[in-house]
Design a binder for this molecule. Structure first.
Ligand code: HAX
Length: 434
């Protein structure tokens, strides 16, 4: 059964379950909102549905019920490889089932069939200044594909609501197939010779991405596969996921929705944090004449950052309250492949030092590292030293999760989002009555 057939089989069942759930329990309370939450980024209010993953504050992310260590073991691998293939996690996110190696190969083949990027997108990219941030180029390129949307076309033709998921699936598959080539070209034109490297049919999605960036190192292929799996989804409330979902709820197509989500990922408190980590480390080393700091020098630098009112990038989280398992998975990769790398040693030293300092500082609810504290140093080791590009790598991966959910949004007929906002004046009056 193909991925699309498998999905088509799942949709009616969940639709029925939700219909019954809302009919029988529609008025039950999941969450109430406090004044603090209204001003504090709506933290923790349970008021949206996201099927593909769920975040536990202590355990970290589970994709369709599976933890990261479980998936590193259970998902199909490339021949001779040890890290999971991203195609496999996409299958899991979309269907809730672990795929076989054969099914994963089918997804690879399907994406190869759809990978050709329209000339128009290349032309638009060529007009952009090469000193424009790669995330801006990425978002523009995604938006430039919008005229190819099957969803927009079918919507205009007036297809019934129950069928919206079908053209959305087509758009999502077309987009995911093209993103590595687009991202790789942005890398080549911004930092290298500007020539596009053609995809290779025998390579899987992750390896092909690395190849098109110009890095044909089997160890980097493995890192790319792991990286793309780890960053793919982090439930629905984070900025990139929520934005994609929100924009899609207006029945904007996948291109509008993803481009908007990527603009959110480009923020320094979200996806940009991975480049900020490396910038922070490099600045520190530069001040020390290029050498790795001692623990005392590092402590001082961490305190200086905090005393200036800045955040320690890569530390803290809106939901997590322990070390992010995505950090741990990347650390394991580093321990296996590059234990002597100087920057890795420094990242490890920050891991030993920063949590205690953040605890003493007393503000951050979570003093432990998140995914972004580790990703840059791995890229740096394999020669991807242009850290402005790191968020694009994150974006290619995150697209899998937010787009899988976008298909489900349309399959389940989720409503246009319209929460209620209030003014400070209204809140003052309301609390006065309590
Ligand atoms: N360094 C210093 N202070 C921090 C901090 C850090 N790493 N993390 C949180 N704090 C501060 C907050 O700025 C906040 O201070 P104010 O009360 O003065 O506003 C206070 O601690 C309470 O914040 P919190 O409740 O613990 O955290 P939030 O939910 O508000 O924010 C963030 C979560 C991830 C944005 C935050 O921890 C942060 O800014 N971290 C550094 C940037 C970062 O690593 N971002 C990537 C997160 C993962 C991700 O989304 N990747 O895409």
């Amino acid at each position: 059964m193909s991925l699309k057939e498998k999905l088509a089989q799942k949709i009616p069942q969940l639709r029925e379950e939700i219909k019954t759930l809302v009919k029988d329990h529609g008025e039950k309370v999941l969450s109430e909102a406090t004044v603090r939450q209204a001003y504090g980024g709506m933290r923790g209010i349970k008021c949206m549905v996201w099927e593909t993953s769920l975040l536990d504050p202590i355990e970290g992310i589970r994709f369709r019920g599976y933890s990261i260590p479980e998936l590193r073991q259970k998902l199909p691998k490339a021949r001779g490889g040890e890290e999971p293939l991203p195609e496999g996690i996409f299958w899991l996110l979309l269907t809730g089932e672990l795929p076989s190696s054969k099914e994963v190969k089918e997804v690879t083949g399907e994406w190869h069939k759809r990978e050709e990027v329209p000339q128009n997108t290349w032309k638009i990219l060529k007009t952009l200044p090469t000193d424009m941030h790669p995330m801006t180029q990425f978002s523009i390129a995604i938006l430039s594909l919008q005229p190819t949307s099957e969803f927009a076309k079918k919507y205009n033709e007036g297809i019934p609501k129950t069928e919206y998921w079908d053209p959305m699936y087509e758009d999502v598959m077309n987009l995911l197939a093209k993103l590595p080539a687009i991202a790789a070209y942005i890398y080549r034109r911004t930092y290298k010779d500007g020539k596009r490297i053609r995809p290779v049919k025998r390579l899987d999605w992750g390896a092909n991405f690395a190849h098109m960036m110009g890095i044909d190192n089997p160890e980097y292929y493995e890192l790319m596969r792991l990286y793309l799996v780890l960053h793919c989804d982090h439930e629905g409330g984070n900025v990139s996921a929520h934005t994609t979902h929100l924009v899609g709820s207006a029945l904007s197509d996948a291109f509008y929705a993803l481009s908007a989500g990527m603009n959110g990922l480009a923020g320094p408190l979200h996806g940009l944090a991975n480049q900020e980590v490396l910038r922070w480390i490099q600045n520190l080393m530069q001040k020390l004449g290029g050498r790795v700091p001692t623990k005392e020098e590092l402590s001082k630098a961490l305190w200086d950052t905090l005393n200036k009112g800045q955040v320690i990038p890569g530390y803290g989280h809106a939901v997590l309250r322990r070390t992010d398992p995505r950090y741990t998975a990347q650390r394991e990769f580093a321990l296996k492949h590059m234990p002597e790398d100087q920057l890795f040693k420094l990242v490890s030293l920050i891991y030993e030092t920063a949590p205690d300092i953040l605890k003493e500082h007393g503000k951050a609810k979570n003093p432990w590292p998140n995914v972004d504290a580790h990703s840059g140093v791995l890229q740096w080791h394999y020669g991807v030293r242009e850290y402005d590009f790191y968020t694009v790598l994150f974006g290619v991966s995150r697209s899998m999760g937010v787009l899988a959910q976008l298909i489900w949004d349309r399959a389940l007929g989720l409503a246009i989002e319209r929460p209620k906002s209030v003014t400070t004046e209204w809140i003052k009056q309301e609390v006065g009555k309590m």
